[in-house]
Structure formats: structure tokens, C-alpha cells
Design a protein around this ligand. Structure first.
Ligand code: 6PG
Length: 467
């Protein structure tokens, strides 16, 4: 066989699916894996596509089976394994070769590795891949960070395998070094917030209204035909309506309410704070997962304080609008974090392009993202989505429903950390004169930190201890 167009190292779920997707699109794909006994079963399961797959069980053979300059996609655990991989493969690579990390990597690691390889002749790309196994096999959304040289090398392959929205591939070169992984991290932060706000709304119906899972699922099915149309709304409807064959109960009712997290949501919050931002809806979602992992404490607190059993009455369309407002605001927060990072790292991120490549293939794909892409194309005032006319009109319509839903939930003792976080963000921004004048007074009182006056420029102090 001729040499391969691209190499895929790491034949776990995502790596295998991406390799098959590329072979399907006519590319010759070299594959390898640390556990070499995974390679033969992968090739035999590839069926007819095996004709375009070149397996190797050593790094030397793997790199020799690639066209030069080489493009190698690594789908391996992020962190130290990627550093070890770079060290191991470097001796077999040459000028102009590109190493792509397609995992959910910390963008700080991506920046560090890019800087370490700069000037070596090797190029390093951090590429966020979204869409899970199904997306990887049939069309993911991909967020690329790296050099223009690398982008030209990998562009034909990634454009061929990407999900399509109105025929356009959902992949873009978003900036240098860590830009792609940063955008993917924020994508996941928004994913966390969206999932959490959906779960909070499910909680209102389950615990506040006493509805069973299939009935709530039917509500999500209806909502998926309206402005909440999205992949996450759709799978929520399906999961709520699935029955457990062993118990004939809804599957969700036999699942322990303790959520896992691999770190990307938490990274979004950490990076937001480092950038002087606060993505409160995303933070609410990360917090909810963290609190969920303390079942013993939750049981003890419920026993000690008693569980609120107040019932709720909120119309279905009010909850629908509340969820839509939450979705808009959590995206607005995510995009504000992206804008801050773009300025801090000089990435020139294009928010419209990011919204465009999130319209298909990725986990947060939704009808809303198409509207957000159009909104960003109109250059919103101060770069703020919520100041953009069509988005502002939608928020004006839906925020009252969100306020009604959140206040009813709080009165009934039902937790809504992400929805309320989103609302607090909106209410804080919607107040030209807030209350931090008092914070400044307190800071000056105890630390002589100084404050600005409303009527005169410069830094001022007050004599707080007079009299
Ligand atoms: C995606 C997903 C994917 C993965 C998350 C889940 O875009 O395809 O975000 O990357 O499902 O990493 O993260 P948690 O395990 O932290 O929920």
C-alpha cells in the first residue's frame, strides 16, 4: 500500500471512530496503539475499510508508513501520557511534521508544548473534538489551534470528516497554540451548564410537581420541537422515557444521583476566574456535580433539617422560556470568557466562526447556536451577545419567566444553582449602578486601597476614623 495520509495513534473509542471516519472518506490511515494487541481486532472490525488502514506495532514502522511531512493525530489520555508520547515519537519525526493532540487537554499544557517545540521544525496542534463516539465516526465538530502550516496539512482530512451545517464543515482553525483546546474547554463548560439547567428543570417537575420520568420526558420531546431544539434536549427526552428491562422502572430512576466529571467544566471556571471573569452558570453546574458526590453529607443534612415538600405550580411554557433564557445566558458567559482569553493571549478568536462550527456535530449543537452565529456576525456592542438586538429581544421575553421559575424554586427549597447563577449574572449586568461602591468604601476603610469618585478623577481616600 502507498504511504498513509495521516496517522492515528490511540485506538480507544474516539481514536478508532476517527480513524474509520477518515478511511471512509478515502484517506489512507496509519494506526497504532500502546497496547499492541488492540490493533489486529481494530483492523478486522474495520471490514472493507481495512484496505485503507496501515497498522503498525512500533513507532518506527508507524512513522515510516506516513507521507512526509507527517500528520499524526494522538487520541490518548491527556496530561503526562501526552508528554511521554512526544518524547517517545520525536526521534522518528522530521522537519514540517505535525503532532495533533485530539484529547480534552488543558490548554496550558498545549501552550507549553507548542512553545517547547517552537523552532524544532515540528509543529504542535491542540484540537478539540466534540460529538462523542457517534460524532467521531460520522461527523464531529473540531476546534483547531496551531500554526498555519499545520492547518494546511490537516485541513483536507478534518474538513472531509467533520459534521456539516448547510453543507459547510464544522471545523475551523481558530488561532495558534492553545486556542483550539481552550475553545473546546469552554464548549464543555457550556455543556455542563446546559445539562445542569436541564437537570434542574427536571427536578422542578419531579420534586415540585410530582411528575414521573416519562411524563417529564414527553415535555422535553415537545420542547425539542421549539426554540429549545438541541441535541441535549433530544437526548434528555429519550433518556427520561427509557425503561430499565430488569425493574421496568424508568432507567433514570435507578441511576445514582452522583455525577462524574473529568475536569473541563472545572477548568472553564478556573480559567474564567483567572481572566477576571465569572461564568456563574457554569460554576453552578460544576458545583452541583461536586455537591452530588457527597451523598452521605446530603443524607445527613436532609435528616437534620428535613426535606422541603412544598409543591410548585409553574406552567410548562414558563419553564420552557426559563430554560431558554438560561441557555442564552450560559452561552453569553462562555463567549465572554472566550473574548477575555482571546485578548489575554492575543488569539483573535472569531466568536461567529466558533458559533458556526458548534451548530452541528458537537454536544451543545442547538437551534440557538445558529442565531448566535448570526448575532455575532452583526458585531454586537462591546462584543456582548446580550446587547445584540435579536438576542436582547429574546432575553427580554424570557427573563421574566426565568425570574418566576427561579423564585418559585427557591421558595420551594428546590436547588437551581445554574439557573439562578445565570439570572444573577443578568441582574448584575442590568444594573448600571450596583453596590460595589460600598465594597470600595470597606476596602479603603480597612486597607487604604483608595476609590474613584463619581465627581472627580483620580484615586481618593476618605477619613473613615474621624470623630
Ligand atoms: C464532547 C464531550 C466530551 C466528553 C466530556 C465529558 O464534546 O464530545 O464534551 O468531550 O463527553 O469530556 O466530560 P465530563 O466527563 O467531565 O462530563
Amino acid at each position: 500500500m502507498a504511504k498513509a495520509d495521516i496517522g492515528v495513534y490511540g485506538l480507544g473509542t474516539m481514536g478508532s471512530a476517527l480513524a474509520l471516519n477518515m478511511a471512509d472518506k478515502g484517506f489512507a490511515v496509519a494506526v497504532s496503539n500502546r497496547e499492541t494487541d488492540w490493533i489486529a481486532p481494530f483492523v478486522s472490525e474495520a471490514g472493507a475499510l481495512a484496505a485503507r488502514i496501515i497498522p503498525s506495532d512500533s513507532l518506527e514502522d508507524f512513522t515510516n508508513s506516513l507521507k512526509t511531512p507527517r500528520v499524526i493525530l494522538f487520541m490518548i489520555p491527556s496530561g503526562p501520557p501526552m508528554d511521554a508520547m512526544i518524547d517517545a515519537i520525536r526521534p522518528y519525526l522530521g522537519d514540517g511534521d505535525t503532532i495533533i493532540d485530539g484529547g480534552n487537554a488543558d490548554f496550558n499544557d498545549t501552550r507549553r508544548r507548542s512553545a517547547a517545540l517552537a523552532g524544532s521544525g515540528l509543529h504542535y496542534v491542540g484540537m478539540g473534538v466534540s460529538g462523542g463516539e457517534e460524532g467521531a465516526r460520522n461527523g464531529p465538530s473540531m476546534m483547531v489551534g496551531g500554526s498555519a502550516h499545520s492547518w494546511e496539512q490537516l485541513r483536507p482530512m478534518v474538513e472531509a470528516i467533520a459534521a456539516r451545517f448547510d453543507g459547510a464543515p464544522c471545523v475551523a482553525h481558530l488561532g495558534p497554540d492553545g486556542a483550539g483546546h481552550f475553545v473546546k474547554t469552554v464548549h464543555n463548560g457550556i455543556e455542563y451548564a446546559d445539562m445542569q439547567m436541564i437537570a434542574e428543570t427536571y427536578g422542578l417537575m419531579r420534586d415540585g410537581m410530582g411528575w414521573d420520568a416519562p411524563r417529564i420526558g414527553a415535555v422535553f420531546t415537545r420542547w425539542n420541537d421549539g426554540p429549545l431544539d438541541s441535541f441535549l434536549t433530544e437526548i434528555t427526552a429519550k433518556t427520561l422515557q427509557s425503561l430499565d428491562p430488569a425493574t421496568h422502572q424508568p432507567v433514570v430512576d435507578v441511576i445514582v444521583d452522583r455525577a462524574g466529571q473529568k475536569g473541563t467544566g472545572r477548568w472553564t471556571v478556573i480559567e474564567a476566574l483567572k481572566l477576571g471573569q465569572s461564568a456563574s452558570a457554569i460554576e453552578g453546574a460544576v458545583a452541583a456535580r461536586a455537591w452530588s458526590s457527597e451523598p452521605e453529607a446530603r443524607n445527613a443534612v436532609e435528616v437534620l433539617y428535613g426535606k422541603s415538600t412544598a409543591s410548585l405550580e409553574i406552567a410548562e411554557d414558563i419553564m420552557e422560556q426559563a430554560l431558554l433564557a438560561g441557555r442564552i445566558l450560559s452561552h453569553a458567559q462562555g463567549f465572554a470568557v472566550l473574548q477575555a482569553a482571546s485578548e489575554a493571549f492575543d488569539w483573535s478568536l472569531d466568536p461567529a466562526r466558533i458559533a458556526e462550527i458548534w451548530r452541528a456535530g458537537c454536544i451543545i449543537r442547538s437551534a440557538l447556536l445558529d442565531d448566535l452565529a448570526s448575532a455575532f456576525r452583526t458585531d454586537p456592542p462591546l462584543g456582548q451577545l446580550i446587547l445584540c438586538e435579536p438576542i436582547a429581544a429574546r432575553l427580554s421575553r424570557t427573563v421574566p419567566a426565568m425570574r418566576q421559575t427561579v423564585s418559585a424554586a427557591i421558595s420551594a427549597g428546590l436547588p437551581v444553582p445554574a439557573l439562578s447563577g445565570a439570572l444573577q449574572y443578568f441582574d448584575s449586568l442590568a444594573r448600571a449602578r450596583g453596590t460595589t461602591n460600598l465594597i470600595q468604601a470597606q476596602r479603603d476603610f480597612f486597607g487604604h486601597h483608595g476609590f474613584e469618585r463619581t465627581d472627580s478623577p483620580g484615586t481618593h481616600h476618605a477619613d473613615w476614623h474621624q470623630g
